[in-house]
Design a protein around this ligand. Structure first.
Ligand code: SF4
Length: 377
């Protein structure tokens, strides 16, 4: 099973917290679409023995593309690869791009899953984050989208400074009122080169607090589980049969190809990433070169990745797999490092699978990094 990720590196405006790769100038949008199609075609030999089961438009803001541009890129995948019947084809979209007409248009395309960047239903949060949409647009687009798509995910951000537990509960309640089957929810984090970091440094904004994020996380998990969602990855909740196939494949270590500036790829042995610069990406693709860097993953890298993704997901870390794939030395090291977390009941072992406990879930990333193997090769 393989997936193709297509990065659309444009946004209408920069959200204050975001450090993804995008440009707010749309000048090169048409040129970029042609270059993306060319990269799709250039790399077909990489997947000549694979069947594509997921196509994912991420960004940036893929919904700034016209439906014709999106269809053109999907056609490029079908022309150059073997695509499974009924692949999952996801479009990340922002509410300000999802008018009723646009949703209807998209419903007639091969897109069968929408991932909508709601973030909050409150006007003051949206303004603080510098989102391009308002609360009415967030609600209207969900009302419309649910008429045409059954597979919809929405993103919500928690741990926002000044957001009370009550306000967070209202956000979740509002999200649930649309009957969507998938929610991705992330704590607000402050990345170094963002406007938000500057605002905090200059005292214009309060920094997010870990304790608040932890409380919001507990509310999120409890409320969504009570409403029939399965907490299948640290930040992802889905009803049965609605887990993201694209993201689950990443977490289960399947191959994927990332098309476009800044996109990452993984072929089971090495990881590569395209240059995060639109003009340089365009220049290279136009002369038939792939502007990427490649890193062959060491055994320790593969072990570390498995620990991280295993602990973050419902599938956990299989101790049998650690032994079979990496050997006794890795298993001994893992058990030695995990002992203090077992004692503190932050992780547990069931059927020879290591998983975080309810109490340990919020601390997963920190626990995983303590289980990593560093510099042993
Ligand atoms: S729309 Fe998404 S990718 Fe673009 S700036 Fe906002 S969060 Fe970042």
């Amino acid at each position: 099973m393989s997936g193709i990720y297509i990065h659309i590196p444009f946004c209408k405006q920069a959200c204050h917290y975001c450090d993804f790769h995008f440009s707010t100038s749309m000048n090169k949008k048409e040129e970029m679409v042609l270059a993306l199609a060319k990269e799709i075609q250039m790399r077909k030999s990489e997947f000549k023995n694979d069947t594509i089961r997921t196509i994912y438009f991420g960004g940036g803001t893929p919904s700034v593309l016209t439906s014709d541009e999106i269809n053109f890129l999907i056609d490029a995948v079908y022309e150059n690869y073997e695509v499974a019947d009924n692949p999952e084809i996801t479009l990340e979209a922002n509410p300000d791009d999802l008018s009723s007409e646009r949703i209807l248009e998209l419903s007639k395309s091969k897109i069968n899953r929408l991932s909508i960047g709601i973030q909050s239903f409150f006007e003051d949060d949206l303004k603080m984050m510098n989102r391009a949409h308002d609360s009415a647009e967030a609600q209207n687009c969900l009302e419309e989208a649910t008429k045409y798509f059954d597979n919809i995910s929405l993103d919500l951000i928690y741990g926002v400074p000044g957001m009370s537990n009550e306000k967070w509960k209202q956000n979740i309640k509002k999200a649930l009122s649309f009957g969507i089957p998938h929610i991705s929810s992330y704590a607000l984090t402050v990345e170094p080169k963002t406007a938000m970091n500057k605002m905090i440094q200059t005292g214009k904004m309060e920094a997010p607090k870990d304790e608040v994020a932890q409380e919001h996380f507990a509310i999120l998990v409890e409320t969504l589980e009570m409403n029939g969602f399965i907490h299948y990855e640290l930040s992802n909740f889905g009803k049965e049969n609605y887990f993201s196939k694209n993201n689950s494949a990443y977490w289960l270590g399947k191959k994927y190809m990332g098309i476009g500036p800044s996109a990452h790829s993984y072929d089971g042995v090495s990881r590569s990433w395209n240059i995060a610069n639109n003009p340089l990406y365009l220049k290279a693709i136009q002369v038939g070169k792939l502007p990427n860097e490649i890193e062959i993953l060491s055994e320790a890298d593969r072990y570390n990745e498995y620990i991280m993704t295993g602990l973050r997901t419902i599938w956990g870390v299989s101790l049998d797999r650690i032994q079979a794939e990496f050997g006794q030395m890795y298993l001994d090291y893992l058990m030695k490092q995990a002992q203090k977390f077992l004692n503190d009941e932050l992780v547990f072992i069931e059927n020879n699978i290591l998983k975080p406990t309810k109490k340990g879930k919020f601390l997963t990333d920190g626990i995983a990094s303590d289980l990593f193997l560093v510099n042993l090769e």
